[in-house]
Design a protein around this ligand. Structure first.
Ligand code: PMP
Length: 374
């Protein structure tokens, strides 16, 4: 094997997961048929997104289109929701899983939140710790990634989901569930979305954040929020004052990709593409490290480990670089008040873009780096 760098760094779709030719075909059909629609401003006045796209997203998630608000990628959904939910509070607290998606933490902090971590176990948040925390302070919201979490790969189990929704009703806080990887399930049964559970739990408040980045194309920048109809309206007022609307062309292309079945077809295809990569990754981690992985994910992009190391994280990362590994700093996935267990490095290992030999070689190099004492 040639000694090229093994990239365990970015969670982006590999090029073979993006149906570029089919999207290009849809785009040129839209450009020819509907130039007036896609080259003009979108209608203003509480505009919640292209109507056709909202209808398609409503169908995809079996919800009323009036509950859908379209954004430029789900990161913008996080930004607008943070602005909306934190607007009147002084030094609001936001609870997140520890570890969690680092960019989300940065966004919440930029909106003035004190972001605090609740430990994540193999099947979701540690609910004993969460209950304890709720008794002291009720957060402005709780942010969770319940399906194939970034960075850990953990899926929150059905019972924990029910309890989270119950706690939202009991204490009166909102839950943001971010579900970009939900459809990428290779095996097993999907637990119920928190948003669906909230519909039958009096007083529970769940806002769902979705994205087409992992199921179709991240370059289209189509994200969305699903919430009670008041939420799309409130977000529309904010959005209009910043950027009017997402680009009409990209929204119409996304709507056609949903309507023509391209998203469903692509999902079938990428599940088949990723499953062998997932199986090989799980096998390589198990064989080399035994049981230090947090969970065996049945889908998504990530496996993760708490790797025992003999140095601090900085020295370990330097050793890993020398071994030819590109890693993301694991402590960066922990909000400031939390950290990986002492004596370990937390490592997110994305498998979606690596062939089995490459992943196994990466794991061998990790083991070598972890052995180094200086
Ligand atoms: N949320 C999570 C949990 C993610 O992993 C990502 C992308 N890595 C995003 C949001 C952002 O996705 P988008 O391309 O829709 O902005």
């Amino acid at each position: 094997m040639t000694v090229q760098t093994v990239h365990f760094s970015r969670g982006i779709p590999p090029r073979e997961a993006i149906p570029s030719t089919a999207i290009a075909g849809l785009t040129s059909a839209v450009l020819t048929a509907e130039p007036d629609r896609v080259f003009q401003y979108a209608p203003i006045g509480r505009h919640t997104g292209d109507q056709e796209l909202r209808e398609q997203l409503g169908k995809f998630h079996s919800v009323d289109p009036d509950r859908v608000f379209v954004t430029n990628g789900s990161l913008q959904a996080l930004d607008l929701l943070a602005a909306h939910l934190l607007r009147d509070a002084s030094e609001p607290q936001v609870l997140v899983e520890a570890p969690t998606y680092d960019r989300a933490v940065q966004i919440f902090r930029r909106h003035g939140a004190r972001v605090s971590g609740v430990p994540l176990r193999h099947d979701g948040l540690d609910l004993d710790v969460l209950r304890e925390r709720l008794r002291t302070e009720v957060p402005a919201f709780l942010y969770v990634i319940p399906d194939f979490q970034n960075p850990s790969g953990v899926t929150t189990g059905e019972d924990k989901r029910r309890e989270l929704v119950r706690l939202s009703a009991e204490y009166g806080f909102t839950i943001l569930e971010d579900i970009p990887y939900r459809e990428l399930r290779f095996s097993g049964t999907a637990p119920t979305p928190l948003g669906d559970l909230a519909a039958s739990a009096d007083g529970a408040r769940v806002l769902t954040i979705g994205s087409l980045s992992k199921v179709l194309s991240p370059g289209l920048r189509v994200g969305y929020v699903i919430g009670p109809p008041g939420t799309p309206h409130a977000l529309a007022v904010l959005a209009e004052s910043i950027y009017l609307s997402p680009a009409p062309l990209l929204q119409v292309v996304a709507a056609r990709a949903l309507a023509d079945g391209l998203v469903r077809q692509n999902l079938e295809r990428i599940r088949q593409l990723f499953q062998p990569r997932h199986d090989a990754a799980v096998e390589a981690v198990r064989q080399t490290f035994g049981d230090i992985h947090l969970c065996i994910p049945d889908g998504g992009y990530y496996v993760s480990v708490h790797l025992p190391i003999r140095t601090d994280e900085e020295a370990f990362l330097a050793a890993a670089r020398n071994e030819g590994l590109a890693l993301t700093r694991g402590s960066a996935f922990y909000p400031v008040d939390s950290a990986p267990p002492p004596g370990t490095a937390f490592l997110r290992l994305p498998f979606q873009a690596l062939d089995p030999e490459e992943f196994a070689e990466g794991v061998r190099r990790l083991a070598a780096a972890a052995e180094q004492a200086v």
